[in-house]
Design a protein around this ligand. Structure first.
Ligand SMILES: [Zn+2]
Length: 373
């Protein structure tokens, strides 16, 4: 064998990054969990597809819920809270299709951004939220649209713009928790170059990058959101995706210490939490009453996107992270890691904390009947 053979990995020369699919040679104990140890309330899901939204009260919408319900029974998921699609006027149709499933599906309301620049919006939105609650909404979802998308005269509208104050106040007095997504992962605010830890993800979705142009730095978005929480202490906030700073749990801890009306959810952030299992475990210990289970799951019913197959494996990554001490495993079921080339480690939460994170914290915040004492 010549020396050259050691380095020659394929006939064409070096492989490209997408071709690199190393298989771990580690032999470590694996305890994949089929279903969650306690009944789960997932506070962060998107039912009825995303891009190709099925009309909720169409046969397609009902078929989607039936197939999701099957996955739920397999995985010990008690309730999924749908966060999108519940804008003014659509909630009755959503509730109609959910009701036959008992308490399995709930929905949040969204603000009507299309009217945000109209005269009288502030008061109208507050009143509309009361109507949404009457129709069955259990929370108010704020997409990253606020801060990164909504504009007036070409300029981005700030998250703490006073026109939303009546809405935040109404959410408080109506006891609707505000599920707020602000900013995005840190890597979406830095150049898409060889130093970017989500390089491959951003190659697939360059439009997800908020680097440059007129977007504010991520910290400014976070601070504007925090000012809203501070200004409305009687309103309950759930910062989605660990406040979109799962990379820096010391920072998130500081927010939780400062704002007692804030809770967090950790959907789509296993890649961050599971890479820092010791820090994450301490975080879950310390804030065990303020962390809720969420996944950001989308289901995309229909023949074109049979993603239901991926639903149980996706949930099982979460269960394994929360319940076991397993080492160096995948944070998502897909062959190519969707966010970055990382493996994660479990944090083996004790039962008392698992019950709170899986169920009781959400049951308390959404005023659902807790099944545990
Ligand atoms: Zn989401």
């Amino acid at each position: 064998m010549t020396r050259r053979n050691f380095f020659q990995v394929s006939a064409g020369g070096a492989i490209t990054l997408p071709e690199f699919q190393p298989k771990s040679m580690l032999h470590v104990a694996a305890h994949p969990a089929t279903s969650a140890k306690f009944p789960v309330i997932d506070v962060h899901t998107h039912l009825f597809g995303t891009g190709r939204r099925a009309a909720p009260d169409s046969p397609e919408g009902a078929a989607e819920l039936s197939s999701v319900a099957q996955c739920m029974d397999e995985c010990n998921l008690q309730t999924l809270i749908n966060l999108t699609g519940g804008i003014s006027g659509t909630i009755p149709a959503i509730r109609r299709v959910m009701t036959p499933f008992g308490g399995k599906f709930l929905t949040a309301a969204e603000p009507t951004w299309a009217r945000a620049n109209e005269m009288g919006y502030a008061q109208w939105q507050a009143e509309d939220l009361a109507k949404c609650k009457q129709e069955g909404a259990v929370g108010l979802k704020i997409l990253k649209t606020l801060g990164l998308g909504l504009r007036e005269n070409g300029k981005l509208v700030s998250i703490d713009d006073p026109r939303f104050d009546p809405m935040w106040e109404a959410a408080g007095s109506l006891e609707l928790p505000v599920l707020i997504h602000t900013g995005d992962p840190g890597a979406f605010f830095t150049p898409i170059d060889r130093f970017n830890e989500r390089y491959e993800e951003l190659q697939h979705h360059p439009e997800w990058s908020f680097y440059g142009r007129d977007f504010p730095p991520r910290s400014e978005l976070h601070e504007a959101r925090n000012r809203v929480a501070a200004r409305h202490p009687k309103t309950r906030f759930i910062y989605l995706h660990v406040g979109n700073d799962a990379e820096d749990l010391a920072q998130v801890s500081d927010w939780l210490d400062r704002y007692t009306n804030v809770n967090v959810e950790f959907g789509a952030r296993l890649g961050e939490l599971g890479r820092q299992p010791r820090t994450a475990r301490k975080f879950f210990d310390r804030y065990q009453d303020r962390i809720m289970f969420g996944t950001d799951a989308t289901f995309n019913a229909g023949k074109e996107f049979p993603q239901q197959d991926l639903v149980p494996p996706m949930y099982r990554c979460y269960f394994r992270f929360l319940e076991t001490e397993d080492e160096y495993f995948d944070y998502a079921p897909s062959a190519v890691p969707p966010q970055g080339r990382w493996k994660i480690y479990g944090i083996a939460l004790p039962d008392a904390i698992l019950r709170k994170v899986y169920h009781n914290n959400a049951a308390r915040e959404f005023k659902l009947k807790a099944v545990f004492g």
